[in-house]
Design a binder for this molecule. Sequence first.
Ligand code: BES
Ligand code: MN
Ligand code: MN
Length: 456
Amino acid sequence: MTDLKNYIETHKQLFLDELFSFLRIPSVSAKPEHKEDMTKACLFLQEKIKKAGADICEIHTTKGHPIVYGEKMIDPKKPTVLVYGHYDVQPPEPLELWKSKPFEPEIRNERIYARGADDDKGQLFMHIIAFEYLNKTNQLPCNVKFMFEGEEEIGSSNLDEFCKKNKEKLKCDIILVSDTAMLGQDIPSITVGLRGLAYMEVEVVGPCRDLHSGHYGGAVANPANVLAKLIASLTDSDNRITIPGFYDDVLNLSEDERVELNKAPFDMEEFKNEIKIKEIQGEKGYTTKERIGVRPSLDVNGMWSGYIGEGAKTVLPSKAGAKISMRLVPNQDPEKIAKLFEKHFLSIAPNTVTVNVQPHHGGNGFVAPTDTIAYKAASKAFEATYGKKPIPVRGGGSIPIISLFEKELGAKSILMGFGLESDAIHSPNESYTLYNFYKGIETIPYFYKFYAEMMK
Ligand code: BES
Ligand code: MN
Ligand code: MN
C-alpha cells in the first residue's frame, strides 16, 4: 500500500475532526424527537462519501429513518464489495453517569468518548476514509458500494424492504461490516458467528388502581411479586431456560468444535474485573465463552412497577412490566421462540392477574465458514497491520440484518470488527480507542487489495 502509513499520519487530525462532527449529531433512532438529527447524520454521510470520491451517493427515504447509498464502479468485471454500517446509536441514558457529554466527543486516555464512538459511527467512518485514501491514490482494486442505515438499533425493519426492492443495485460479491469487537488490542479476531434475538415485553395487571399496601397487602395478588416469580421461573437452578421446546433447534457443537472455540484467549480475572463482578454465572456444563458465543440466553433488560421515587411510599402497584431478551443461536427461529415464550408465559400466569405478552423485533443468528476468500483476505489484512493472524470467534451480540443479506442478496458477510469489550457500547461513557480507529483505517485497504487479488 503506497504511502498508507504516511497518509494516515499526515491526516490524523483531520480524520478526527471529521469524526467528531459526525459524533456531535445525536442520531438516536429510538426517539422520535431525533428524527431531524437522523436526516442530518445522513446528509453528513452523503457529503463525506461524495467528497471521498463516490460516483453515486443517494439518500433513500423509508417509512422510518433514511438509508445512505453510495457507489464507485471502476470495472464491472472486477469484484464488488458492499460496505454496511449503521449511523444510528443507542439512547445515551443514564446521562448522569457520563463523564463528558455523550454528544460532545472528547479524548481522554487515548480514547474517543461519545455515544456511537465505536458502535457504529466510529467504525463505519473508517471505511469512508479508507475508501477516500484508495481513491485519491488511484489504488482502488475493486468496485465499492456503501449502505448505511439508521435503524440497526431498533431492528432494521425498513432495510429489509430496501434490500428486497433493490437487489440489482445492491448486487455484490461480499458484504464488509465493521460493527463487532476484537478479542483485545493486540489480539485481532474475525467474528464468524453472531447470536439471534427474540425480544418480548410482558405486563402483569392486577387491581384497577394502586392500593394502600396496608389495607390490601396480603389479601390481593401484587403484580410486582407475581412478575418477579414468573421471571424467576424462566430459568432453573442449572441456569437453563425452562420454556418447553426452547432448546429443540439448538445445534450442539462437536467436541472438536468446542475445543477449537475454547482455544481463543480468555482471561477470567480480567473478565470479572472489567465489569466489577465477584463471581460469574451461566448454564451448567459450559464455559463462559460457550455461554456467550454458542448457547442461548434469557435476560430481563428493564423492569418497572410501583413506587421508585425517593423515600418510602406504601403502595401495592396495579401493574408491573418487563422487557425480556432471548439471545438465540443459529438455527433457532426467533418467531418460533417468541411464540413458545408467549404460550409458556401465559400458561404459568396465576388467575389472580391478567398477563399480556407482546413480541418486539427479533432476528436470526449467523455463522460463517473460515475457508472462504473473504475470510482469507481479512485474515491477511489483519496480519499485515497487527502483525498477527486473527482468531475466529463467535460473538454474543446480534446484527439481525446479516442473515437477511444472505437470504435476500445471496451474499455472505465478513465481519472485521475493531471494537473492544472495554469500549462499553450501549453503556454510559462509550469510547473507541484512537489506536484501533487508525489501525482500522490502515487495515481496510489491505482487505480490498487481498480480496481483489484472490478473486482473480
Ligand atoms: N454492533 C452491535 C452488535 C455487536 C456488538 C455484535 C459487539 C458483536 C459484538 C449492534 O449495534 C447491536 O447492538 N445489536 C443489537 C441488536 C439489535 C436488534 C438491537 C444487540 O446485539 O443488542
Ligand atoms: Mn452496531
Ligand atoms: Mn449497538
